[in-house]
Ligand binder design. Structure first.
Ligand code: ZN
Length: 447
């Protein structure tokens, strides 16, 4: 009892800390109004050949452009351009004969529009804290935290809420363990799903909280609850995620500082910080870049926590999913070079099965998923979590680029219309169910 009380005290302290932080952040947010995005535009880029994809990626590196969705021959890229980049960017595209069109002509106004539509969000935080989780809108850190506390309290036999570490800004990094045998049966395979490593990818965390719901409040696949032990981390990067709600909407990295080496530019790209060919390709050494790899492999607490989970359960992790957005892509190793993975056939087979389930259960507005290794489909990049996990022995590891802004959506804001959040979560769960069942068969075979 005493232990429980102390633990509860810890939870209360952490929750209060988050509340204070959120309140302080709301104050900053209220007076910032996306001014930093004045003059920014976003462009759809139509690359119809492999050659054009390569050329666009070269322009990306040359101009330091920020891609919200990657280039592919069958998928338009979505690229952010600051005012000072736009002229040269368009000149380069015209010169190379690459077609483009405006997605949002005035990002500041589009973000203001989104805020206007979501102005009841603060009320929603209060309403949702505790026993309800809304999928009508994007979920705050505080909402997700309160939901996990509620689940841990309501389902103590199968769930454990773990606070693994504190971030640079002092927020807890938390995840849920869900198990019918309290993680004590070492013969059971583990499924590990994390989201929110890239702060601005707001559709990612709800797909993970939805899995928590499907394994506790609304169990429709009891076989999966019984057969696997689950580790579910909705927000791997709490500092960055919070900052996108109350600071800069389009922030991607965490918020750590390494004074004076970082030139006052905070943040490391968690998905470039893992120790797999670290900082060799598709990264930047400039701390101000959105794809800064950090000052060493695993320099960041967020990547250390993910690494430690993988290491702790490495002998029994059957499936690892890292949730990102967007692009409707299922990406498997390798991303750091063009060689084929030791488990390529299974990765491809299971990836296609997941993709089919996503598409079958998803709303028509999004395109079908494309499946392949990151390096063959998109570009080379080192230090990714899925490459690391696969490298040290996770047989099935995927980066899921969830559906995002639909190309022909008439929503006039910047984000994916919140009306699709629930449908994306439902279809993602359908994909996870298929993936888990395939992983089960392969795990039994020992492959
Ligand atoms: Zn991402």
């Amino acid at each position: 009892m005493r232990l429980l009380s102390r633990r509860m005290m810890g939870v209360i302290q952490i929750t209060s800390k988050i509340k204070l932080f959120v309140l302080a952040s709301i104050f900053v947010f209220t007076y910032s109004k996306h001014e930093e995005y004045a003059g920014w535009k976003s462009y759809y880029i139509n690359t119809s050949t492999v050659e054009q994809v390569k050329k666009l990626n070269a322009i990306r590196t040359k101009l330091g452009l920020d891609f919200l969705s990657p280039a592919h021959v069958k998928r338009e890229a979505l690229v952010l351009a600051k005012p000072e980049q736009q002229e040269e960017f368009k000149n380069n595209l015209d010169h190379l004969g690459i077609k483009y069109r405006i997605h949002v002509d005035d990002i500041k106004s589009a973000l203001d529009h989104d805020d206007e539509k979501k102005k009841n969000r603060t009320k929603a935080i209060a309403r949702d804290s505790g026993d309800k989780m809304s999928y009508d809108d994007y979920q705050h850190l505080e909402t997700i935290d309160a939901y996990m506390e509620y689940i841990a309290k309501e389902y103590p036999k199968t769930t454990t809420l773990v606070t693994a570490a504190q971030t640079f800004e002092g927020l807890p990094i938390r995840y849920m363990q869900i198990s019918t045998t309290n993680f004590k049966d070492n013969s059971k395979p583990v499924i590990f799903i994390e989201g929110g490593m890239h702060a601005r990818e707001w559709i990612s965390p709800p797909t993970v909280t939805w899995v928590i719901k499907k394994l506790t409040e609304d169990v429709t696949e009891p076989d999966l609850l019984n057969y696997f032990d689950w580790i579910l981390m909705p927000i791997a990067n709490p500092d960055g995620y919070n900052f996108t709600f109350f600071g800069r909407r389009l922030w991607r990295k965490n918020r750590s500082m390494n004074f004076p080496n970082d030139n006052f530019c905070p943040g490391v790209d968690g998905n470039r910080n893992f120790n797999i060919a670290w900082n060799t390709v598709g990264t930047e050494e400039d701390p101000c870049s959105g794809i800064y790899a950090g000052n060493g492999p695993f320099s960041e607490i967020e990547t250390q926590v993910v690494r430690n989970i993988i290491m702790e359960h490495i002998s029994r992790i059957a499936l690892y999913l890292s949730m990102h957005s967007f692009g409707s892509l299922i990406l498997h190793p390798w991303s750091h070079n063009l060689t084929l993975s030791y488990n390529y056939d299974n990765l491809a087979k299971v990836g296609h099965a997941i993709a089919n389930a996503f598409f079958e259960h998803g709303p028509d507005i999004f395109p079908p998923f494309i499946v392949g290794s990151t390096s063959e489909l998109l570009y080379l990049c080192s230090g990714s979590s899925t490459d690391y996990g696969h490298h040290i022995g996770v047989p099935l590891a995927y980066t899921i680029e969830l559906p995002g802004i639909a190309p022909n959506d008439d929503y006039t804001g910047f984000d994916m219309d919140p009306q699709y959040i629930k449908a994306v979560c439902e279809s993602t769960w359908a994909g996870i169910v298929v993936g888990a069942r395939k992983a089960k068969v392969l795990f039994r075979k020992g492959t």
